[in-house]
Design a protein around this ligand. Structure first.
Ligand code: HEC
Length: 159
């Protein structure tokens, strides 16, 4: 019951102030909005200019440098790289190798078998012992050699 009266007074009193504040807030909003817009335009132009510059300059000189720099950063420290990934993808579903974190059970456990690289390489080529239970030629060339080295190194290391 007490509330309506003060509220009415404030409304009557604050009408003008409120209007002034609204105008001020409105102007401030426009100013801030303009600043943000300006900043966006400037940064967009910087980005566009950079893109234009690099596009213009890249073809002759930089194009050769950048691809060279990227692979240089990628090579992993040791045998844990491509061989490990390939093993997990191509062999892990059938073979257990603790170093690779696989627990396939269709083929022999390579932690137990501890094959040397030559045995692994020939198993990849022939498909295990050639019994037909393991697909032949799952990998070839460097990939096969990477996996052979990796399996020999990691199953031997777990001895
Ligand atoms: C579809 C399941 C399967 C996949 C995938 C598979 N193997 Fe086998 N692997 C087997 C089976 C089953 C055997 C045992 C039968 C045989 O030796 O023919 C075997 C045997 C082996 C042997 C032992 C050969 C020997 O002489 O005793 C090695 C080493 C081997 N696999 C490595 C690999 C590697 C490395 C890969 C990945 C490139 C791989 N396997 C992928 C099923 C598989």
């Amino acid at each position: 019951m007490d509330r309506p009266e003060p509220t009415v007074d404030k409304n009557a009193d604050g009408g003008d102030r409120g209007g002034a504040r609204i105008v001020q807030a409105w102007l401030a909003g426009i100013a801030i909005g303009a600043l943000i817009l300006a900043a966006m335009v400037v940064s967009y132009e910087i980005g566009t200019n950079n893109a234009d510059d690099s596009n213009a300059v890249q073809p002759p000189g930089q194009a050769a440098e950048e691809p060279a720099a990227a692979p240089a950063a990628v090579p992993p420290p040791a045998a844990a790289g491509p061989g490990s990934d390939l093993f997990v993808a191509s062999c892990g579903s059938c073979h257990t190798l603790s170093a690779a974190g696989t627990d396939g059970a269709a083929g022999p456990n390579l932690d137990d078998l501890q094959p040397d690289a030559a045995l692994v390489a020939s198993a990849i080529e022939a498909g295990g012992t050639g019994s037909g239970a393991m697909p032949a030629g799952l990998l070839s060339g460097e990939d096969a050699q990477d996996v052979a080295d990796y399996v020999a190194a990691s199953s031997g290391a777990s001895k």
